[in-house]
Design a protein around this ligand. Structure first.
Ligand code: MLC
Ligand code: AMP
Length: 493
């Protein structure tokens, strides 16, 4: 298949070299050198941080990591609320060649331990001492634990930015059918190719200012929002959490031009009396979960925004996007981005992906890696697609067992495993039920004796981050099963 990305690029643009800068720091430090006074990141606590300050601060922090004994390839767990300190800690780690492992700050001990025992980090930058202790305990070896300010002893300046496209940059954990988390190894080349593709496709320029209210531990906020801002030489206003009024205040106060959100966020803005203020923005992008055509129309009518929907994944970063110029078709995710090859598998219509954006594999999991690719190297997305006659892609279903609630992935198996630890529970099946605001609602069907809903919710609260906990528990005499005894989840959803 020969990719045609012309729909995403201004007419006459030659095929772009997405890897010209070779690594993320290669791209970012080039931008910083162009204009050290450029404003890059805003946060309430400290105001604006400039490009020159980022260069200086990330150099200092990288020196501190090196003085603490960290070397290229070492894993560094990063778990803290969005802030400029967090960004500096992240960028400094990448400049030194460390592999950053972003972790949700809402995770409990079981969830943190699963990640730390798998990636065996040498360092943890955390805003909770408890999280640091969990990482250290699960790792079993020496771990340098520090706060987001990385207040470690200084050392001589180490070699920085000596990286190429194949060097690993991020280890992002996702689960799967087994419920055990596995780390997608994303290289500098994967991250750079993806962010360059969206920079070009979305016409992201240094004049742009993004309101960044997404968490920075997933590829949407980190790999697209933050990395895209730095690669475009643009600026971003960091918000510690999403709130519709706060978003619109930020847009006005900072004269922002861009906003990226998940559909649940759009639903909340659409429900706000201030929806019309979205019209101030140059571009609104939605991703991470399906955006309903109804919500798209509500935002178009009330907010004057034709939301640009795109489709991505942790393992592949950004794949497909509606075009910036031309039709943004509700209910579709558009056309493959520059660099991305896509086809639908014969028979199943599973979306298959190939390109410089696609990870090489999972951290120390040769079997899971082999299972994730076809023999000729296409990544199996687990999503089912359909093409409109002119090539626009629709995501019409999923082959993988996955619930997406508010843009967060919930793996049913993980929740079921926790519920089954209750001695009164014979079996449990967890499914996503359609929900207008969350997209899907985590719902547990349980075969049990003498167990109350409250007991199960308490059990879940002790073991699972809030977004994974069942919103409803339905007790059943017997779960529906097929001839092989396997629960037929389709009947429950
Ligand atoms: C919060 N809650 C959720 C939830 N988020 N429940 C289910 N699903 C979620 N996603 C719970 C809270 O714990 C709380 O529970 C209750 O809902 C209300 O909390 P809130 O304060 O109103 O929620 P809020 O903090 O506003 O969070 C909602 C949200 C957040 C939509 C802002 O979920 C969010 O940031 N989602 C984005 C996730 C994301 O970035 N995904 C990208 C993945 S990358 P209680 O019981 O205490 O009341 C990816 C690839 C790609 O998918 O293509 O991008
Ligand atoms: P994650 O593993 O967190 O990266 O989530 C990736 C999954 O989110 C994809 O495999 C899709 O199932 C889903 N997804 C992302 N963007 C979209 C979208 N625009 N429409 C439908 N599903 C999406």
């Amino acid at each position: 298949m020969s990719p045609d990305w012309s729909a995403h690029l201004p007419p006459g643009t030659p095929a772009p070299d997405l890897l010209a800068d070779r690594s993320l720091p290669g791209s970012w430090t080039r931008r910083w050198a162009e204009d050290g006074r450029a404003r890059v990141l805003f946060e309430d606590a400290t105001g604006w941080t400039t490009a020159g300050e980022l260069e200086e601060r990330t150099t200092t922090v990288a020196g501190r990591y090196a003085a603490a004994g960290l070397v290229r390839g070492d894993r560094l767990v990063l778990s803290a609320a969005a802030s400029v300190d967090l960004v500096v800690a992240h960028v400094a780690a990448l400049r030194l060649g460390l592999v950053v492992v972003p972790v949700n700050g809402a995770y409990g001990q079981r969830e943190v331990a699963a990640v730390a025992s798998d990636c065996t980090p040498r360092a943890a930058v955390v805003d909770s001492a408890q999280c640091g202790a969990w990482v250290a305990e699960a790792t079993g070896g020496p771990v340098v634990v520090t706060g987001p300010d990385v207040d470690l002893p200084r050392g001589p300046e180490p070699v920085l930015d000596d990286l190429g496209p194949d060097d690993p940059a991020l280890l992002v954990y996702t689960s799967g059918t087994t419920g055990a988390p596995k780390g997608a190894v994303l290289s500098h080349g994967n991250l750079l190719a993806s962010v360059e593709a969206v920079r070009l496709a979305w016409r992201w320029t240094p004049a742009d200012r993004l309101v960044l209210a997404l968490p920075l531990f997933h590829v949407h906020g980190l790999g697209v929002g933050l990395h895209g801002t730095l690669t475009a030489g643009a600026s971003a206003v960091l918000r510690p959490r999403f709130d519709a009024a706060d978003l619109l205040d930020s847009v006005r106060e900072h004269d922002a031009s861009l906003w990226f959100g998940v559909p649940t966020m759009y639903a909340r803005v659409a429900g706000s009396p201030r929806l019309g203020e979205l019209a101030r923005l140059r571009l609104c992008v939605s991703g991470s979960a399906p955006l309903s055509p109804e919500l798209w129309s509500a935002v178009a009518e009330g907010g004057g925004q034709r939301i640009l929907e795109r489709y991505g994944m942790t393992e592949t970063l950004m794949n497909v996007s509606n075009p910036y110029d031309g039709e943004r078709r509700p209910g579709t995710v558009g056309l493959p981005l520059p660099g991305v090859e896509l086809r639908l598998a014969d028979g199943t219509d599973e979306v298959l992906l190939r390109g410089p954006n696609v990870m090489r594999g999972y951290w120390q999991r040769p079997e899971a890696t082999a299972a994730a690719f076809t023999e000729d190297g296409w990544f199996l997305s687990g999503d089912v697609g359909a093409h409109d006659p002119d090539g626009y892609l629709r995501i019409v279903g999923r082959r993988k067992e996955l619930i997406i609630s508010g843009g967060y992935n919930v793996y049913p198996r993980e929740v079921e495993d926790v519920l089954r630890t209750h001695p009164g529970v014979r079996d449990a099946a967890v499914v996503g039920r359609p929900d207008a605001v969350w997209g899907e609602r985590v719902t547990a069907f349980v075969e049990a004796d003498g167990v109350s809903e409250a007991e199960l919710l308490e059990l879940a609260a002790g073991q699972l981050a809030p977004y994974k906990r069942p919103r409803a528990v339905v007790f059943v005499d017997a779960l529906p099963r097929n001839a092989l005894g396997k629960v037929v989840k389709g009947e429950l959803a």
